[in-house]
Design a protein around this ligand. Structure first.
Ligand SMILES: [Zn+2]
Length: 483
């Protein structure tokens, strides 16, 4: 438990409150919100009465107060290192994804991991995220940065029984080492135990076998069993690439979603990243149409992260259809920028584009996914909503920001216009982690310089790892030639 002084958010012009009866967010005007003891102690009409003794007061008369956003899928310790590297990169022979080629050629060092993480955590809280699922190959110092940042983190130490490789543009390989997968699983358990013993109460474990196609069946089953036994959420990458789906069909005669169902690893605490290439997706075109029904039946949540796929021309098809078929939707950022508000906007635009239907997604639906959808998938009904007794994970948005005005519908202003630019203050368990748009506790002063040096080493060493011994510049040329 973290000791905090009570904070009164006084006279919020707008607030997004949770209506438990209707199970939805609603707007309220002119409210006082008292944060105390890590929770929301009271919500009521704005009053002139003096604040409780010892309470800090924030004038919220020009603010929107909303629940902290829940990001259920991120790789903060690596993705910022791909800034300037991956945005235009893809391999046409692999359905356009550059995932396999990048992971083989580019290796970030330990200094880069930590610097990337500092920048990413600052991006996360700067865009109003209070809860984050950090999916990472664990390294020394990982949890130290989490403690410093003050965010609520689900610590997801990844492990796998196979390593991807490439031998040609059209050929992805899986090199199996089951002992390595088991050792990673052991280490992950120690890391998750350490997280949950943290006195802050802000760190939790999430069981994370890295990919459905790189973890052997026995280890996947044991991972799901561990999650159930410990009451932890469970996540893996699944249906995230055409290459992966084709390989799983080759191995098992069924899609990865169907195989996950067959081996019994799907359930209401399962989060699937990213469940895009389901049997009915036109890039797969498999003869069944069962995947959506299976996801709905098991109550799994989809970690919807549109950016990395949209960059190479692929989309989940589509947000509104998944929802109407009963699939629970949650939001993540996956890659840099870790700007979940911009992901919400993109989720709306892509759903409408794919469906050619404005009703396929809207502000309320994606906001629900980015709050309650994520919180419920993590088994946390006290997060992602503002109500008395819920966690004091709260975001204050500046209604006077030029891109928020006129604040006729502040969530629309935030999602379609201002995004992180208008996020002013962020509280986690009642403690301020973002103040006036800047991290309050997390030190990012050295991170940019360290990451630039690590990225340079990563690009320099690409020929040591790339299957064709190419330079980093050859794999991902600059967007313009250097004069
Ligand atoms: Zn991912």
């Amino acid at each position: 438990m973290i000791e905090t002084t009570p904070t009164l958010l006084r006279g919020a012009a707008w607030a997004v409150l949770w209506d438990e009866g209707a199970k939805r967010h609603v707007y309220a005007r002119d409210v006082d919100i008292l944060l105390s003891g890590g929770s929301i102690a009271a919500i009521g009409p704005a009053a002139e009465a003096p604040p409780p003794a010892g309470a800090a007061v924030i004038d919220a008369r020009r603010m929107l107060v909303m629940p902290g956003l829940v990001n259920v899928h991120t790789h903060p310790t690596s993705e910022p290192a791909y800034r300037g590297v991956r945005e235009d990169h893809g391999v046409p022979e692999q359905g356009m994804t550059g995932l396999f080629e990048r992971l083989q050629a580019f290796r970030l060092d330990r200094a880069g991991n930590e610097a990337a993480m500092r920048l990413a955590y600052a991006e996360l809280m700067g865009a109003g995220v209070t809860s984050v699922v950090d999916l990472t190959a664990p390294f020394e110092g990982w949890m130290e940065v989490m403690r410093e940042a003050g965010l609520r983190v689900w610590v997801g130490p990844g492990y796998a029984s196979a390593r991807w490789g490439m031998t040609a543009p059209q050929t992805v390989t899986w090199q199996w080492d089951e002992a390595r997968g088991r050792a990673g699983f052991q280490r992950a358990q120690a890391v998750m135990d350490e997280a949950e013993a943290d006195p802050s109460g802000l760190l939790r474990g999430i069981v994370f076998p890295a990919q459905i196609d790189t973890v052997e069946e026995g280890l996947l089953r044991d991972s799901a069993a561990l999650a159930a036994e410990k009451g932890r959420p469970f996540t893996t990458h699944i249906a995230q690439a055409v290459v992966e789906v084709r390989e799983m069909i080759r191995r098992h005669g069924m899609t990865p979603i169907q195989w996950a169902d067959a081996i019994g690893i799907l359930g209401p605490r399962t989060i699937l990243g990213h469940a895009i290439f389901i049997d009915e997706h036109p890039s797969i075109g498999w003869h069944t149409s069962r995947d959506l029904a299976l996801m709905a039946e098991h109550g799994v949540a989809v970690a919807h992260c549109p950016s990395p796929f949209a960059r190479y021309g692929e989309h989940l098809r589509h947000f509104g259809r998944y929802r109407s078929r009963g699939v629970r939707m949650a939001m993540g950022t996956d890659v840099a920028p870790h700007n979940i508000i911009e992901e919400m906007r993109l989720a709306i635009l892509l759903a409408r584009g794919v469906a050619r239907d404005i009703a396929a997604a809207d502000t309320a639906a994606v906001f629900h996914a980015a709050t309650v959808g994520g919180a419920d998938s993590l088994g946390r009904p006290d997060l992602g909503r503002l109500a008395a007794g819920a966690a004091a994970d709260v975001v204050c948005v500046d209604l006077a920001h030029p891109q928020m005005v006129p604040p006729r519908d502040p969530l629309r202003s935030l999602v379609f216009h201002a995004a992180d630019r208008a996020v002013r203050h962020v509280f986690v368990a009642g403690r301020q982690v973002l103040k006036d748009g800047r991290p309050a506790m997390l030190d990012v002063s050295e991170a940019a310089g360290i990451l630039a040096e690590s990225q340079a080493r990563m690009l320099r060493d690409a020929p040591l790892h790339d299957y064709a011994r190419r330079s980093g510049e050859a794999i991902s040329p600059l967007s313009l030639p250097l004069a």
